[in-house]
Design a protein around this ligand. Structure first.
Ligand code: NDP
Length: 302
């Protein structure tokens, strides 16, 4: 088969999408636009109306959706939803590739790969790093892990959803990367709202506060690189040189934030958590180290 024909065949290869929240709908539209026949199934059938009018085929049952395509993409709230949907049609799974792009824990993701193998299906884990309006755009990227060969055989189709970033064979790894990124993202979102509430108490509107805050958030990479050309190298070496900023200095700032937030009557959960990381590092005798020392407060729960 020549390259052109192979490409055409892939473009025409059927794909199934199970789960039609905003993400599943965006993926379905992206695949349809690229010429793939797409079969969909969703627990609430009415949610398929839009993509069906765009050309997708609505399967009557999950089993019918699975047998329609070798490649079955799942976009559900969590992994339990996958068992809820596919649990009664496991005989249809043999020979299929399940690509689960749903959030859950790495352990539950590994269990799911074993479950799929027990039904003679192959399994790829994915974590989509953009919201639904960005799916299929140049800015989109998706972390994957699972069998290398399976990744390679579906690469052309999966690339349509976003740039694939393959992390290796461990099915839990893409989920761990997704969770780590979201841990950072969600904490940042809470930080943004805390800061917006602080500024709001001084009469600064959110539409004025957020551009300032986002500009500073965007400079975090530059700030880290100013202290260390390759951020993380010292951390990997277990070193926390405190020439530029110390745990004690940053810890004092966390005290000020807690005091200010207390006087404003704001929720203290977030500032107290941050303060605790610095306090513990100081208690452990690391006040003169770089702020990265707080990783020890985080690595070992007390
Ligand atoms: P939604 O929560 O809107 O949709 C989830 C889908 O899961 C729906 O189709 C819903 O069916 C289905 N579902 C949930 N529980 C069950 C169940 N027990 N049985 C059957 N079906 C079930 O999610 P999104 O589309 O927003 O997200 C999908 C996944 O993508 C999530 O894991 C999310 O973390 C991840 N993600 C989302 C992003 C976003 O911006 N939205 C960005 C990146 C990743 P029904 O319609 O019947 O309720």
């Amino acid at each position: 088969m020549n390259e052109q024909l192979s490409h055409t065949t892939r473009q025409n290869s059927p794909v199934t999408v199970i789960g039609l929240g905003p993400m599943g709908q965006a993926m379905t539209r992206t695949l349809l636009a690229a010429g793939h026949p797409v079969t969909v199934w969703n627990r609430t059938a009415g949610r398929a109306d839009g993509v069906v009018s765009d050309g997708a085929t609505l399967a009557a049952t999950p089993g019918e959706a699975v047998v329609a395509s070798d490649l079955v993409i799942l976009s559900l709230t969590d992994y339990q939803a996958m068992y809820d949907v596919l649990g009664s049609s496991t005989t249809s799974l043999a020979g299929r590739t399940l690509v689960n792009l749903s959030s859950d824990t790495p352990d539950r993701t590994r269990e799911a790969a074993t479950w799929a193998a027990g039904h003679d299906a192959t399994f790829l884990t994915g974590g989509v790093m953009v919201p639904s309006p960005m799916v299929g755009t140049e800015a989109s990227s998706v972390y994957y892990s699972g069998p290398d060969q399976v990744m390679k055989s579906h690469l052309a189709t999966l690339t349509l959803l976003g740039t694939p970033k393959y992390l290796g064979e461990d099915p839990g790894l893409a989920q761990m990367m997704y969770q780590a990124q979201l841990a950072m993202f969600l904490t940042t979102l809470s930080g943004l709202m805390h800061a917006t509430a602080m500024l709001g108490s001084a009469g600064v509107k959110a539409q004025e506060a957020l551009p300032e805050l986002l500009s500073f958030a965007g400079s975090i990479g530059d700030i880290l690189r100013a202290g260390e050309e390759k951020p993380g190298a010292a951390l990997d070496a277990g070193e926390h040189p405190g020439e530029l900023s110390t745990v004690t200095m940053m810890g004092a700032t966390t005290d000020h934030i807690v005091e200010t937030s207390t006087s404003l009557g704001l929720d203290l959960a977030l500032p107290l958590a941050v303060q605790a990381h610095y306090r513990r590092a100081i208690e452990d005798g690391h006040g003169g180290d770089n702020w990265t020392r707080i990783i020890d407060s985080i690595r070992k729960a007390r």
